[in-house]
Design a binder for this molecule. Structure first.
Ligand code: F0G
Length: 369
C-alpha cells in the first residue's frame, strides 16, 4: 500500500524537478525560481529532421525542426511551460490569452496541468477546428470575439490589467524565454548554429525568441556564430514587410492572420542584427509547401507552419539562395490541427470502398498491371 504521506507530498515534490521538458533541460537559462512548481508536459527536445529532398532542391544542407511534435502540437508549449510555472509560483488563479488557436490550445493544457482556469479570446469563426477542440476539451472558457486577432489581444491585455487574471500571450516575457530553447536545441544537435534559420512570422514572438536563444548561446561560447534570421509572413497579413499594420489581415494560414504584431520591434531588430530578412509568400505557395512537406519529407504541418519552407522554395526559384548553406527551418504546428485546410485543395476524400477480397484490393491498387 502507498503510504498516505507519499500521496500528500507527491504533487509538490513531483512538480519541483521533473526530469523532462524544457525547464529540466535548460533551467539555468530560464527565469524559473527554485520555489516555482514546474508545470511541464514534456515539451521540447523535438526532432531535427534531415530534409533530403529540400536539401537537393536548395543545394543546401537543410534541417527541419518539427515543433508539431510538442505535447499540444505546436511550439507554443515551450513558452507556456515557463509562463505557467511562474504564474503558478505567484499563486495566480486564472490565465487569459488571445489566440489564432495554438496559444489557446497550449495555455488551456498547461493551465489544466497547473490546476488553474483559462480564458481564451478567439477571432470568431477563424480558428481551425482542431485547435478550438483542444481549448474546449482542456476546459478553457472559450469566448469568440466578432473581431480579428489584434482586437482580441487588445481585449486580453485590458482584461489582465483590470481583473485578477495573468496574460500568457507572448507579450509575457516568460513565453519568449521558453521559446528561445528551440535555438539551444538546434545548436546542441548540430554542434554550432546554422548559417540561416527560417521561421513563419505572425505576432512575431517566435523569431524574436530564436534570435535571443542564438545570441545568448553564442555569448556563452556554445556556438561560433549566429544565423541570419529569415522570417516569412503571408501576403495578406504582412505588416512587417509592408512597414505598417494591416487592418483586415487575410490568409488561409489562420495561425498567422495577424495585422499588427505585438513583437514587431523585436522581430525587426532580430532581422537587422542578424543580417536577415522578412518577406511574404502567397497562400498558394504556402499550400504548395504544405503538400511538399507531407509528400516529400513525410511531415504533416498546418498551413502557417509551411510558410518558412514556402519562402525558401520561392527564393530558390528566384535564384536568391547561395549553394552550400547550412539552413534550419522551423515548422511550427501539426497538420492535424487544421485538416479542413489540408483537405480543401484535394476536394472530397476519395478512398475507394471494395469488398474484403484479395483480388479486388489488388485490382484497385493497380497491382495486377
Ligand atoms: N506558426 C503557428 C502554427 C502559429 O500558431 C503561430 C502563432 C506562428 C507560426 C507565428 O508565431 O506569432 O510568434 O510570430 N500563433 C499565435 C497563436 C498567434 O495565437 O497561436 P509568432
Amino acid at each position: 500500500m502507498i503510504p498516505e504521506s507519499f500521496i500528500a507530498d507527491r504533487p509538490t515534490s513531483l512538480r519541483r524537478r521533473p526530469g523532462y521538458g524544457v525547464i529540466a533541460r535548460y533551467r539555468d537559462w530560464l527565469p524559473v525560481s527554485e520555489s516555482d512548481p514546474v508545470i511541464s508536459l514534456g515539451e521540447g527536445s523535438t526532432p531535427l529532421v534531415a530534409a533530403e529532398k529540400l536539401s537537393e532542391i536548395l543545394h543546401c544542407e537543410t534541417w527541419i525542426k518539427v515543433e508539431g511534435a510538442n505535447p499540444t502540437g505546436s511550439f507554443k508549449d515551450r513558452g507556456m511551460t515557463v509562463a505557467l510555472s511562474v504564474a503558478a509560483g505567484q499563486a495566480v488563479q486564472a490565465v487569459v490569452c488571445a489566440s489564432t488557436g495554438n496559444t489557446s490550445a497550449s495555455a488551456a493544457a498547461y493551465a489544466a496541468k497547473a490546476g488553474l482556469s483559462t480564458i481564451v479570446l478567439l477571432p470568431a469563426g477563424r480558428i481551425a477546428t482542431g485547435k478550438l477542440a483542444q481549448a474546449i476539451v482542456h476546459g478553457a472558457k472559450v469566448v469568440q470575439i466578432d473581431a480579428n486577432f489584434d482586437d482580441c489581444l487588445e481585449l486580453a491585455r485590458k482584461l489582465a490589467h483590470e481583473y485578477p487574471v495573468a496574460l500568457v500571450n507572448s507579450v509575457n516575457p516568460n513565453r519568449i524565454e521558453g521559446q528561445k530553447t528551440a535555438a539551444f536545441e538546434v545548436i546542441d544537435e548540430l554542434g554550432d548554429a546554422p548559417e540561416v534559420h527560417v521561421v513563419p512570422v505572425g505576432n512575431a514572438g517566435n523569431i524574436s525568441a530564436y534570435w535571443r536563444g542564438y545570441t545568448q548561446y553564442m555569448s556563452a561560447g556554445k556556438a561560433t556564430r549566429t544565423p541570419r534570421m529569415w522570417g516569412f509572413q503571408a501576403d495578406g497579413a504582412a505588416p512587417l514587410v509592408l512597414g505598417h499594420p494591416v487592418l483586415q489581415p487575410e490568409t488561409v494560414a489562420t495561425a498567422i492572420r495577424i495585422g499588427n504584431p505585438a513583437s514587431a520591434e523585436q522581430a525587426l531588430a532580430a532581422r537587422d542584427e542578424s543580417g536577415g530578412l522578412i518577406e511574404a509568400v502567397s497562400d498558394q505557395q504556402i499550400l504548395d509547401a504544405q503538400a511538399f512537406l507531407a509528400r516529400e519529407e513525410g511531415i504533416f504541418v498546418e498551413p502557417a507552419s509551411a510558410a518558412g519552407v514556402a519562402g525558401l522554395l520561392a527564393k530558390q526559384q528566384r535564384g536568391e539562395i547561395e549553394s552550400g548553406l547550412k539552413i534550419a527551418v522551423t515548422v511550427t504546428g501539426h497538420g492535424l490541427k487544421d485538416i479542413d485546410a489540408a483537405l480543401s485543395r484535394l476536394g472530397p476524400i476519395h478512398a475507394e470502398v471494395v469488398t474484403a477480397d484479395l483480388l479486388a484490393v489488388a485490382t484497385v491498387c493497380g497491382l495486377l498491371d
